[in-house]
Design a protein around this ligand. Structure first.
Ligand SMILES: C[S@@+](CC[C@H](N)C(=O)[O-])C[C@H]1O[C@@H](n2cnc3c(N)ncnc32)[C@H](O)[C@@H]1O
Length: 276
């Protein structure tokens, strides 16, 4: 794209029409994103270590009753949860389509951990798990049909009585993110490019479909070349989560305020546990 093309951009892009999500699976983007996952300055791509430790303790004690289990970590990123669960005695498998994250996870994996580079929509989940989990809001970013597919695949992969843990964005958080004013920044070398660039960001809220969309134009400041990315997130009512869980075969759907069990949810997420 060229700069002039910005003039003709769609003023209200339809959800997912201009891209499904940020390019996690692009090797260069993934290399840059890995730095953000590991950063201890913010909780943007993964949470910082002290919070992850609290989450893992809650999962281990509260969901797994402190008993060794087989855990499937969907969208595992660099394996920051599964590696810790493995040191507590659980056998873990992580799946993610971000190459640098999987490379890091494999390199730092305790013995009881394995990782697969693959898309959750098409990769075989295997079977025999006591817990499957999809942490940090990614469930909402899938188109509803893909989200339903992942629920069905997770259901099939679990043992009877097994649990699916979803950490999802709340409607309020997505409504707020979709109603942010347009903004921009410049950077020498950051998440979206290795070279000096300008990032123009716009947010949209689709009031009919309850979808928040973020659109990014990355302008290479040397060549003027423009690259567009977009990411949409579906907001769900609690009853919709319950209906989707039941449709996938789960018999019980329980909500928790957070992954630490505490009632404060500063990052706009809630936790759902679906039991087979
Ligand atoms: C917000 S990050 C969370 C990572 C990890 N769960 C954590 O909390 O540290 C979302 C992850 O989902 C992965 N992801 C998104 N869509 C995916 C897909 N279709 N298949 C596999 N992984 C995917 C991304 O690559 C990324 O690592």
């Amino acid at each position: 794209m060229r700069l002039l093309d910005l003039l003709h951009r769609d003023p209200e892009p339809r959800p997912w029409a201009e891209g499904e999500k940020i390019p996690w699976d692009d090797p260069d983007f993934s290399r840059r994103m890995l730095k953000e996952h590991l950063s201890q300055r913010h909780d943007a791509a993964s949470r910082r270590t002290p919070l992850i430790k609290k989450h893992v303790a809650w999962i281990h004690e509260h969901l797994l009753g402190g008993q060794p289990s087989r855990v499937l970590d969907l969208g595992c990123g660099p394996g920051l949860y599964s590696a810790r669960l493995a040191t507590l005695g659980h056998a873990c498998r992580g799946i993610d389509f971000a190459p640098a994250s999987i490379e890091y996870a494999v390199k730092h994996a305790p013995e009881a951990c394995s990782y697969t580079l693959g898309d959750l929509r098409t990769t075989d989940f295997g079977s025999g798990y006591g817990l499957a989990m999809l942490i940090f809001g990614e469930f909402n970013v899938f188109k509803p049909a893909d989200a339903r597919l992942i629920l069905r695949k997770a259901f099939e992969a679990l043992d009877p009585g097994g649990k699916l843990l979803l950490e999802v964005s709340t409607i309020d958080a997505l409504y707020e993110s979709g109603n942010q004013p347009a903004t921009w920044y410049t950077a020498k070398n950051e998440l979206f490019a290795d070279a000096p660039h300008l990032c123009l960001m716009e947010s949209f809220w689709d009031d009919e479909q309850h979808v928040a969309t973020e659109r990014y134009y990355i302008v290479d400041l040397t060549s003027g070349e423009v690259t567009r990315y977009a990411s949409s997130s579906q907001a769900y009512e609690r009853e919709e989560f319950v209906a989707m869980g039941r449709q996938a075969g789960f018999r019980e759907v329980t909500f928790y305020p957070s992954l630490t069990g505490s009632a404060s949810t500063p990052d706009g997420m809630i936790v759902i546990v679906m039991q087979k």
